[in-house]
Design a protein around this ligand. Structure first.
Ligand code: NAP
Length: 238
């Protein structure tokens, strides 16, 4: 894959695993981070030793000015993975306006900003692939994660609408809905909570970031798939 790939939120977890995989597959990877630089600095060095190209780029993807600067650098992005995200568990009645706005900004507005910034190039070359990382909770809804579920459901709606609007221009837009994946996002789970999640998963384990990275690579390589929500959850939600 001799393509320019931009991954938001690539400093840890799923985004980091995707950055490793796409670089290994020959992509020129722009790995966005917000605050956590060190893992990407080390990864960029190890990629360079292997003859791979990975470029860490700092930006808060909720801020248009920073997104524009990001795409001024990665101005020929063929594959955009909108992965940056945050989660929060809180009863709906306790959610503040700031909780809501922040959740929607990081998980949904960022995909709007980044997709819009990536499109001038994609439209010019009549080719491109956008992959949005949603969540099983955007499909099924999660108790005490109303704002997260709403943001991820919004991402699924955005995916389907853009797939229709951009398909005639040769641009595919898909979505991955991961189940429970072992990353920092789930570090607060207790052992008992983790066991019950595993028990509820037919394949008998939680997911690895690499499971989602491989799904993203599959979608990036599949010429005739668009508007799809790929559930990668071990059967946790069927
Ligand atoms: P994670 O380990 O917590 O990593 C989150 C990433 O998002 C970090 O790289 C972080 O960057 C970045 N980020 C947060 N706010 C940002 C901002 N304003 N601008 C740019 N980057 C920002 O999370 P993860 O589990 O890998 O999750 C990745 C995606 O998968 C998220 O969209 C998440 O909702 C989704 N997902 C995860 C699970 C799961 O079980 N883990 C399940 C379903 C869906 P810094 O480190 O630099 O702050």
């Amino acid at each position: 894959m001799e393509r320019n790939v931009l991954i938001t939120g690539a400093s840890r977890g799923i985004g980091y695993a995707a950055a490793v995989l796409f670089a290994r597959e020959g992509g020129r990877v722009y790995a966005n981070y917000h605050k956590t630089y060190e893992p990407l600095r080390l990864l960029a060095e190890s990629c360079a030793r292997e003859g791979q190209t990975l470029i860490p780029v700092q930006a808060d993807v909720t801020v248009k000015k920073e997104v524009d600067a990001l795409f001024a650098l990665a101005n020929k992005t063929d594959v955009l993975i909108n992965n940056a995200g945050i989660a929060q568990t809180k009863e709906f009645t306790q959610l503040s306006e700031a909780d809501w706005d922040n959740m929607l900004a990081v998980n949904l507005k960022s995909a709007f900003l980044c997709s819009q910034a990536a499109l001038p190039y994609m439209l010019r070359v009549k080719r491109g692939c956008i992959i949005n990382i949603a969540s099983v909770w955007g499909v099924a809804g999660a108790s005490c994660e109303a704002h997260y579920s709403a943001a991820k459901a919004g991402l699924i709606g955005l995916t389907k609408a853009l797939a229709k609007e951009l398909g005639p221009s040769g641009i595919r837009v898909n979505c991955i809905a991961p189940g429970v994946i072992d990353t920092d996002m789930n570090s607060a789970l207790t052992q008992a909570e983790r066991s019950s999640l595993v028990e509820a998963t037919p394949l008998g384990r939680t997911g690895l970031p690499q499971d989602i990275a491989r799904a993203a690579l599959f979608l990036a390589a599949s010429d005739f798939i668009t508007g799809e929500v790929l559930n990668v959850n071990g059967g946790f939600y069927i």
